[in-house]
Every structure is written in structure tokens, then in C-alpha cells.
Design a protein around this ligand. Structure first.
Ligand SMILES: Nc1ncnc2c1ncn2[C@@H]1O[C@H](COP(=O)(O)OP(=O)(O)OP(=O)(O)O)[C@@H](O)[C@H]1O
Length: 335
């Protein structure tokens, strides 16, 4: 279990202070795949780097199991960091070493025996599917292959936790998917806790079980990915889930009420809208709709224009809410 308690980080530059993280409290369970999501400059990377103390918090504590790592001295921290692997957007490989040597590097500097290194690196090459590239140099690899090397290197010290800082942001969508699949299988097979910083909603939806949304250095929202995306509360998650048709749909609606309806799981299969139209004296014009799959659960969203008498519209709206659908009124293209 990772527990971040009252953590703050203030940067100082040219006598100017900047509070990048403000009183963060967060618990991340063992074996979780946890996303830290936010807009640029929100404080995501600062928070991630405070988890392995690459960035020293200005105040607060970071517990990993029973160890408060903010209390460790330099040598203890260096030893403890073997439990925490990290992968970066720009891969951070050593360009003058081969794939094999890059993966072996953390073991070599820990004076691990050569035959153990050979055995371990060959196994890791198999896990990340790069056996045929073991003698290549990073410059001879694609972006996805470089990230696979970085993942194998992170795994070399048998970490309990892997931190990923925008690990797929430099990759095309297809390669991103293959790296996300690799991370998921590592999480499932080796029960390694994975913490992912990203500004890409698709990464959170595809990979993460739980998520925290950061805004302006503070946790604006946290919960399971399904909870947060089915009922977004913070400005950021609303923005991330905002339907691209919202603003145009506002323009094409002349009267009535524009609603955004969100539904989860089995509700996606029920004919609630057609029953509403049958039972109440209203018309429902579907402007746009989308069914997404998040963590194997169907998440639907529908934008409809309800027209009819004001009272009938109100009754129809209540009917939707009684069926446990999330209903939001859209004003000027915004929920
Ligand atoms: N070493 C530093 N010195 C001064 N300010 C910093 C430093 N590192 C980060 N900051 C500031 O702290 C804030 C948070 O930065 P951080 O990199 O954590 O954000 P982020 O959410 O990861 O952004 P991005 O997605 O753009 O990488 C930003 O305003 C940034 O300018």
C-alpha cells in the first residue's frame, strides 16, 4: 500500500516560490493500476516524482507499506528505490549500450553475479518480446521497442511498484496499445502496482482501475475509473469526457431542453428513452450518442433534445432520473 499524507511541494526559482502540490492525500492499494490525470502544469509529474523522492516533498509523508520513505537517509533511499521502477516518455536509455546491456545495467551496478544477470535479462527480453534485438543499440529501435527496453530495465530489480511518466505520449496509437497491453499483463502476472501519469484519457480508460484527477496542484476528484468517467465531477474530467458534438448540438437545437444522459452496464441495453416517449407527451430527438467500454463495463452517453410542454418535459426528466440514469442539462453547449 502506498499512502501519501498531507504532501506539499513548493519550487523556488529566482527567489520566486511556486506551490506545485498542495496538501495531497492519496492511498494506492497493492496491485492497483492507478492513473494520475490532469491538464498540463497541474502537478502530475511532480506528484509521481515525489513517490520515489526524485523530487523531495516540501512537507508531508510518503509511506510504502510501513516505511516512511521521506525519513530515509541517502543510502537507505538508494536501496529502497530498487522496489520502485520508473519509465519515462523519452525512454532514457543509454545510447552507447546494447538492448541487453541497458536491461542488465541496474543489475550490474548492484554487483549481481554475471550468470544470474544473463539468465534474468534473457527472461526479460522474452517478456517484452525483444529477444531478436538483444544486440541492437537504441538508435536502431522504434519508439515502441525503446519503451519495451525501458520496461524490461525497470523490471530487472524486481520492483513492487512501477511509475510511468507519460510512457506512451511519444508513441502512435497502435504502439501505445501494445505498450498498455504489456503493462497490464505485467500487473496481472507479477502483481506489480503501476502508477501512470498521463494527459491522455484513452490511457486511463484502457489501462487504469482507479484514478485521481489533479487540478492546480490539488486532488480534484478520485475514484474508480468507471465512477469518474460515468459521473465526472471535476472541471478536468468533465472536459476530458465532454462530447465533441456538444457545442455544435447546441446550435442545431431551436427549442426544448438539451440533456446529456449517461448510463452504465445493463442500463445501456434497456429501452428507457422509447418508454419515456411512450409514457409522456414529449418528443426525444437524439442528437448524438456513444457507447464506450471502460474496464469491460459499457458506458453510454446520449445527447437528446426533449420537446413538449414544460411540465411534460419535467416529468420525462424525472422518469429518466428514477431509472438511475445521470441526467445533466446542457446550457450553451456545456453541462
Ligand atoms: N523544477 C521546477 N522548478 C520550478 N517549477 C517547477 C519545477 N518543476 C515543475 N515546476 C512547475 O510546477 C508545476 C507542475 O509541473 P508538473 O511538471 O508537475 O506538471 P504536469 O501536470 O506534469 O505537467 P505536464 O503534463 O505539462 O508535464 C508547473 O507549473 C511547473 O512549471
Amino acid at each position: 500500500m502506498i499512502k501519501i499524507i498531507n504532501l506539499s511541494k513548493t519550487y523556488e526559482q529566482d527567489n520566486e516560490k511556486f506551490e506545485a502540490l498542495k496538501n495531497i492525500n492519496l492511498s494506492i492499494a497493492d496491485g492497483d493500476i492507478f492513473g494520475i490525470m490532469g491538464l498540463s502544469g497541474a502537478g502530475k509529474s511532480s506528484l509521481l516524482r515525489c513517490i520515489n523522492l526524485l523530487e523531495k516533498p516540501t512537507s508531508g509523508n510518503v509511506f510504502i507499506d510501513d516505511t516512511d520513505i521521506t525519513k530515509l537517509n541517502g543510502k537507505q533511499l538508494r536501496n529502497f528505490r530498487k522496489n520502485i521502477g520508473m519509465i519515462f516518455q523519452q525512454f532514457n536509455l543509454l545510447m552507447n549500450l546494447t538492448v541487453f546491456e541497458n536491461i542488465a545495467f541496474p543489475l550490474k551496478i548492484s554487483n549481481v553475479n554475471k550468470s544470474i544477470i544473463d539468465e534474468k535479462v534473457n527472461k526479460l527480453l522474452q517478456i517484452v518480446d525483444l529477444k531478436d534485438k538483444k544486440n541492437s543499440y537504441p538508435s536502431q529501435l522504434s519508439g515502441g521497442q525503446k519503451q519495451r527496453v525501458a520496461i524490461a530495465r525497470a523490471l530487472a530489480s524486481d520492483p513492487k511498484i512501477i511509475l510511468c511518466d507519460e510512457a506512451t505520449s511519444a508513441l502512435d496509437p497502435q504502439t501505445t496499445l501494445s505498450i498498455l497491453n504489456l503493462l497490464r499483463s505485467i500487473n496481472e502476472e507479477y502483481k506489480i502496482t503501476i502508477i501512470v501519469v498521463t494527459h491522455e484519457m484513452s490511457v486511463i480508460k484502457n489501462l487504469c482501475k482507479n484514478v485521481a484527477v489533479i487540478e492546480d496542484g490539488q486532488i480534484a476528484e478520485k475514484g474508480s475509473v468507471v465512477e469518474v468517467f460515468s459521473n465526472p465531477k471535476s472541471k478536468t474530467s468533465k472536459k476530458f469526457t465532454e462530447d465533441i458534438f456538444l457545442s455544435s448540438s447546441r446550435r442545431i437545437v431551436s427549442d426544448g431542453k438539451l440533456l446529456k444522459i449517461t448510463f452504465i452496464g445493463d442500463d445501456a441495453q434497456k429501452p428507457i428513452i422509447s418508454n419515456m416517449v411512450k409514457n409522456f407527451n414529449v418528443d426525444a430527438n437524439i442528437i448524438t450518442g456513444n457507447i464506450d467500454v471502460v474496464q469491460n463495463i459499457q458506458l453510454g452517453s446520449l445527447i437528446i433534445n426533449l420537446s413538449g410542454e414544460k411540465e411534460d418535459i419535467k416529468k420525462a426528466e424525472n422518469y429518466l432520473k428514477e431509472h438511475k440514469l445521470t441526467v445533466e442539462v446542457i446550457e450553451n453547449g456545456i453541462c
